[in-house]
Design a binder for this molecule. Structure first.
Ligand code: SF4
Length: 292
């Protein structure tokens, strides 16, 4: 973190003295720690997922629904020791897992917190990221993370550059997802709850269904059936700076979503296919610093 290259931006920022693109400094910053019930059913279960929402982001997508914490970096600084306590408090609240949301820029600090908590932490750790990762950072997580929950947002470099300032998104994300699978392997369940594995999320964007189809084809071509789960999401809502791009300044249509859904089914992908009717804004929690 003295010359940060934790993510593909490789800003080289000295995080003790300055902030890189992600806005992350030398101390962990988070906006909420609580039970969360809006993840995939195998993550949230009945008890909820013990979620820590980290502030800052290495993508800052123009349509981000959490933009006040990701792009605007709202949050509270907490120590490594406090983060370890939070993990254990969430476990005491019967969380099915510890869910690290947008953790990439804090990986070395999170590992230190897990080192403190691990002897008493009995539930799986979920690494829930935008997918813009290096294989080196993913390798650091070996033995610490049980479930990877990456986005695979785009195949097209034109779209990733336009909406997430990351022309090289797919090249890095695709390699990182393969490294995640090599680390944790196929899904392992205990009843309805996932204990180990990879879930690849993809949010369908307006006017971009062909790119969604190419993302799904890449998954089908690079993994055997049953290797990974796919979570296809329909809740796109034009938040934040979406209005600067008129082609995405609307929700997706039922036609668009059904075309992508049909492709997922025809490719035989396993996982979670969100109902189009559930595309509502209530999925965004209040970032009120609770639990920190
Ligand atoms: S994690 Fe942040 S500071 Fe580090 S390379 Fe990525 S954007 Fe830059």
């Amino acid at each position: 973190m003295e010359s940060c290259n934790l993510c593909p931006r490789a800003c080289g920022a000295d995080r003790a003295a300055e902030k890189g693109f992600c806005g992350g400094g030398y101390t962990i910053k988070a906006a909420r720690a609580s039970l969360h019930f809006w993840e995939e059913p195998c993550i949230s279960g009945k008890n909820g997922s013990g979620t820590v929402f980290f502030s800052g982001c290495n993508l800052k997508c123009c349509f981000c629904q959490n933009y006040n914490i990701s792009a605007e970096n709202f949050g509270k600084e907490i120590s490594i020791e406090r983060l370890a306590e939070i993990f254990l408090e969430l476990q005491e609240q019967n969380a099915h897992n510890i869910n690290l949301v947008n953790p990439t820029h804090y990986v070395p600090l999170i590992i230190k917190a897990l080192d403190i908590a691990k002897p008493r932490l009995k539930i799986p750790v979920v690494y829930n990221s935008g997918g813009y990762e290096t294989v080196e950072t993913i390798a650091m997580l070996d033995g610490y993370v049980d479930i990877f929950l990456p986005d695979l947002k785009y195949k097209s470099s034109l779209l990733s550059e336009k909406y997430s300032h990351a022309e090289n998104y797919f090249g890095f994300a695709s390699k990182a997802i393969i490294a995640m699978f090599e680390q944790v392997g196929k899904p392992i369940f205990d009843g309805d709850i996932l204990k180990k594995g990879v879930i690849i999320r993809h949010l369908v964007l307006p006017n971009a269904r062909q790119d969604s189809i190419e993302v799904l084809e890449w998954i089908a071509n690079n993994f055997e059936k049953g290797d990974v789960l796919v979570s296809l999401m329909s809740q796109y809502t034009p938040f934040y700076k979406s209005c600067e791009h008129k082609e995405i300044n609307r929700r997706i249509s039922t036609f668009e979503y059904n075309k992508v859904l049909e492709k997922a089914v025809s490719l035989g992908l396993d996982g979670y296919m969100q109902e189009k009717s559930s595309a509502k804004e209530e999925y965004t929690p209040d970032f009120d610093l609770s639990g920190l």
